[in-house]
Design a protein around this ligand. Structure first.
Ligand code: CO
Length: 132
């Protein structure tokens, strides 16, 4: 497994894109709205891993709820896996709580599943598999 990306919840996506373009000295490599999750995303390629900025597209988006509760900041860490179904089964057997029992469509051509932060030292962990 390697870190595929770190997801950061932001209030103003356009503003944060320009901030991260300055920090990383590269331009945003991908923009994508995920309608089902009510998020607007922007990716920056940083070596093998990416930074994913996440903005809410609606007041009832999970990202908006996160920001209302905790403010802007790191929202999740995503690990790339070869077979997400196998990893979900393996981690359930290890006693982890999955936020979704079957993989769902995420941004950036991925199938994704999340582990509940109560089992992961407070970090929302995303498993992701690139759709071939
Ligand atoms: Co993510």
């Amino acid at each position: 497994m390697h870190i595929d990306h770190i997801g950061i919840a932001v209030k103003d996506l356009e503003k944060s894109i320009s901030v991260y373009e300055k920090i990383l000295n590269i331009t945003c490599s991908k923009r994508e709205v995920v309608e089902s999750e009510k998020v607007d995303t922007a990716f920056f390629q940083t070596g093998e891993s990416k930074v994913e900025l996440l903005g809410a597209t609606s007041a009832d988006s999970v990202i908006q709820k996160f920001i209302d509760k905790r403010g802007e900041g790191i929202h999740h860490i995503a690990f790339e896996v070869d077979n997400i179904e196998n990893e979900i089964t393996r981690l359930k057997n290890e006693g982890f709580t999955l936020l979704n029992d079957s993989p769902k469509q995420g941004a950036d051509n991925k199938l994704v599943a999340f582990l509940h932060p109560k089992d992961t030292s407070g970090v929302l962990v995303e498993l992701c598999e690139t759709i071939k």
